[in-house]
Write a protein that binds this ligand. Structure first.
Ligand SMILES: C=C(O[C@@H]1C=C(C(=O)O)C=C[C@H]1O)C(=O)O
Length: 368
C-alpha cells in the first residue's frame, strides 16, 4: 500500500545543510514587542531556521484568546525583515491562506483540528492552487493515518510539492504524562508509506509541559525525523496561550545544544560494513523464526482437526494460561521484555484461533 505523493525533497525548498530544520517561536503572537523581541533572541541562538507564531488560534472553548488576527501578520513581517528568519503560521480557511500569502508568509501549516476535517483541508487546498509555497500538515487530533495522508494528498493534488508532515501527537481521553500521545507507530507508518516525505516533530504539543520536551525531541531524531517545531516565548510564565509548554529562547538554545541529530546513513565504510555483517545474522535468525512459526502453525492445524472431530472447543483457557506463564518466565530469564513477550504470544495465539476457526468451519464432522 505504498503511497505516492508528488513531492520535492526538503533540501530543494530548505537549505538544511545536513542539519535538522528548526522552527521556533511563540505559540501566539500577542503583541508586536513580544513577537519581535522573541524573534531577535531566537535568531541570535544561531540554531533556529524559521520563526513560527499563531495568528488565528482554533480554541477548544469559546471565550479563550483566539489569536490576535490579521494584524499579527504585519508583526511577523517586521520580525522577518529585522531578523532575516523566514516565517510560518497556521492557516485554517481560504481567507487565512490569501492573507498569509499577501503578507509574505514563507511556509504555511495546517493544524491538527483542520486536518481532521476534509472539507476544511479541501478549502485550504483550493486556495493554494497555482501557488508555490511550502505547506506542513499536522497529524489529525485523532489517531487516523488515512486522514493524515488524505490531507497531505489534497494539498499535494492542488499542486503543492514542497510538502512536509508535522507529528504533534494524538488526543486521548485517558490522562497520561503527555498532552497528546506520541503514538510513534503512526508516524513510522507514514514514513514507511511515503519515505521521501519530511516529517517534523512537535514536542511542545506532544508534551504539554517543558520538562518532557528534550526526551521527545531526541526520540524524534532517533526516529529519523527531519526537524522540530518548538514553542518559544520571551517570558513563558506570562504567555497568553500554552504557558506550560513554552521555553525561553535561551532554554531552547540549551535544549538544542544537548540533542544529537542523527543521519539515516553513515559515511564511515567500517560502520556500514559491520552493520551489513550484523544484518546477515539478523536475516538468518528471521528466516528461522518464520520457519519455526510455520512449523508451530502446522501442529495447531492438526490440533484443530482433532478438536473438530471430537467436538472440543478451540479456545483452551487453562492451556493458554500455562503457555503465557511458562514462556514469559523463560523469556525473562533470557532478558526479553515481559510486555513484548506477552504481545508476541497473544499475536500467535490469535492466529492459532483464527486458523482453527477456519478448520472447524470448512469441514463438518459428518463429512470427515
Ligand atoms: C493449539 C491449541 O488451541 C488454542 C491455541 C493455543 C496455542 O496456539 O498454543 C493454545 C490454546 C488454545 O486456546 C491448543 O488447544 O493446544
Amino acid at each position: 500500500m505504498k503511497q505516492t505523493l508528488d513531492i520535492v525533497p526538503l533540501t530543494s525548498w530548505f537549505d538544511t545543510d545536513e542539519a535538522p530544520l528548526i522552527i521556533a517561536g511563540p505559540c501566539s503572537a500577542e503583541t508586536e514587542e513580544q513577537l519581535v523581541a522573541t524573534a531577535h533572541l531566537l535568531a541570535n541562538t544561531g540554531k533556529v531556521n524559521v520563526l513560527r507564531a499563531g495568528i488565528w488560534k482554533p480554541r477548544t472553548r469559546p471565550g479563550e484568546f483566539e489569536g490576535i488576527g490579521s494584524i499579527g501578520l504585519q508583526w511577523l513581517r517586521r520580525a522577518k525583515e529585522e531578523t532575516g528568519l523566514p516565517i510560518t503560521t497556521e492557516v485554517a480557511t481560504a481567507k487565512h491562506v490569501e492573507e498569509a500569502l499577501a503578507a509574505g508568509v514563507d511556509i504555511l501549516w495546517v493544524g491538527a483540528r483542520s486536518t481532521a476535517n476534509p472539507f476544511t483541508v479541501q478549502e485550504i487546498a483550493d486556495a493554494l492552487r497555482g501557488v508555490d509555497v511550502p505547506v506542513m500538515v499536522k497529524n489529525p487530533v485523532n489517531p487516523d493515518l488515512s486522514l493524515w495522508l488524505g490531507a497531505l494528498e489534497r494539498v499535494n493534488r492542488a499542486g503543492i510539492k514542497k510538502l512536509a508532515a508535522i507529528h504533534r501527537g494524538f488526543s486521548s481521553y485517558e490522562k497520561t504524562s503527555f498532552r497528546n500521545e506520541p503514538m510513534w507507530d503512526i508516524a513510522i507508518q507514514l514514513k514507511t508509506l511515503v519515505p521521501d516525505l519530511p516529517v517534523i516533530n512537535d514536542p511542545s504539543h506532544i508534551c504539554g509541559n517543558r520538562e518532557l520536551i528534550p526526551y521527545i525531541a531526541q526520540k524524534a531524531f532517533d526516529m529519523d525525523m527531519q526537524g522540530l517545531i518548538i514553542e518559544s516565548h520571551i517570558d513563558p510564565a506570562v504567555a497568553w496561550t500554552d504557558a506550560k509548554q513554552q521555553v525561553t529562547p535561551q532554554a531552547l538554545y540549551d535544549l538544542l545544544a544537548n540533542l544529537t541529530f542523527r543521519h539515516a546513513k553513515s559515511d564511515d565504510p567500517i560502520f556500514e560494513d559491520k552493520l551489513a555483517q550484523l544484518r546477515v545474522d539478523i536475516d538468518k535468525l528471521d528466516d528461522q523464526i518464520i520457519k519455526i512459526l510455520s512449523d508451530r502453525m502446522r501442529i495447531v492445524e492438526k490440533i484443530g482437526e482433532y478438536k473438530r472431530d471430537n467436538n472440543v472447543t478451540i479456545l483452551q483457557v487453562s492451556r493458554w494460561d500455562e503457555i503465557i506463564h511458562k514462556r514469559t518466565n523463560v523469556a525473562q530469564a533470557l532478558k526479553l521484555d515481559k510486555d513484548f513477550t506477552v504481545k508476541l504470544l497473544e499475536l500467535i495465539h490469535n492466529e492459532s484461533i483464527r486458523k482453527q476457526n477456519e478448520i472447524m468451519n470448512t469441514k463438518p464432522v459428518a463429512e470427515a
